[in-house]
Design a protein. Structure first.
Length: 342
């Protein structure tokens, strides 16, 4: 017997690396040293920093991958993977420099995983970071045929004096919400349960969703906020805090950018909630409290800015085709989020 008899095709793995080589190289920044195929990826720190701080983040896509598997559509989940990491790194004020991925599968399907890596490369370009390297693990007997799992890792850089860590947030700061592109990559265990138990198909089309299928709606990739937020900061927008609204929704994530003895009071109905959330709540009989604790409810990222810059921030992001809303303000408190429907 040999390794191939055990289910691992080494030659197919080599062929896959060669197939994705151009995708990976298309994301490279000037600081990348070397190419694809080494034991590690090398990256030279950009110049111009007095006290550079490296900021790292890691995440996955979760059970949203189940929908990609069922629909045999794999070109968007790579964007989700990058977004979940680089948006986290961004909350410290950091610019993502490079990204690495880990792909595990039961049997390597070159066409399928090339689609995945194509999405990862697209996400890296949207974030302005290099796809520095990765690992593809063929694990027969561990994953079902046709299934894979993803994990990602990102490293960014920020000047120490410009780093955001909660201490900059001030009483009276205004919370500016940036619209999400949908569910992003959270709450899909509940989504799949609702669709399954209510007898829907991923191919069902609804006028509510402009004729899109459920599969198309729920595979909409996570929005990447890196370039517009960093450019806003460079243009003079004074940002005191940032929050990436992921698992746990607004209640869990928004207080994470506050200083001590602070809270946030939210103005309900101050932003537009996409139809997909209303559909899930009605079809699944999900309470408002559970909705807000599970999903982003149409808000993917939040900035805390001084009151005199609130309108400037809203106008700036609208010019960059991202809907923005004033949803609340920082008040005295102990880390709570007030004003959400219960």
């Amino acid at each position: 017997m040999d390794y191939k008899d055990a289910g691992v095709d080494v030659e197919a793995g080599r062929a896959f690396v060669n197939q994705i080589r151009d995708l990976v190289h298309s994301t490279f920044r000037p600081e990348v040293i070397g190419g694809l195929g080494g034991f590690s990826g090398c990256f030279q720190l950009p110049g111009g920093f007095k006290e550079p701080v490296l900021v790292s983040g890691t995440d996955g896509v979760g059970t949203k991958l189940k929908i990609a598997h069922m629909l045999n559509r794999h070109d968007t989940v790579g964007i989700d993977l990058v977004a979940m990491c680089v948006n986290d790194v961004l909350t410290s004020g950091a610019e993502p420099l490079f990204f690495l991925d880990y792909v595990a599968t039961g049997k390597l399907d070159k066409q399928q995983l090339t689609q995945v890596v194509s999405g990862i490369a697209s996400g890296c370009k949207l974030a302005g970071c290099a796809l520095l390297g990765g690992e593809t693990a063929e694990m027969p007997g561990f994953y079902q045929t046709g299934e894979y799992d993803l994990a990602g890792f990102s490293v960014g850089i920020v000047e120490k004096s410009q780093m955001l860590n909660g201490s900059q947030s001030q009483i009276g700061d205004v919370a500016i919400a940036l619209a999400s592109a949908g569910l992003h990559s959270n709450g899909f265990s509940l989504v799949r349960k609702i669709v399954s138990e209510k007898g829907f198909s991923w191919s069902d089309r609804f006028e509510l969703f402009d004729g899109q299928t459920l599969g198309e709606v729920f595979l909409t990739p996570t929005r990447i906020y890196v370039k517009p937020v960093l450019s806003a900061r460079q243009a003079g927008l004074e940002i005191h805090g940032m929050a990436h609204i992921t698992g746990g929704g607004l209640p869990e994530n928004l207080p994470r950018c506050l200083n001590q003895a602070q809270a946030i009071k939210i103005e309900p109905n101050s932003w537009s909630t996409p139809p997909v959330f209303k559909w899930l709540a009605e079809v699944g009989s999900v309470s408002q409290q559970a909705m807000y604790n599970t999903f982003n409810m149409g808000i993917g990222f939040v900035l805390l800015v001084p009151p005199h810059q609130a309108e400037q921030a809203i106008s700036y992001f609208k010019l960059h085709n991202i809907a923005a809303y004033k949803i609340g303000e920082v008040i005295s408190g102990s880390g709570e989020l007030m004003g959400l429907p219960v």
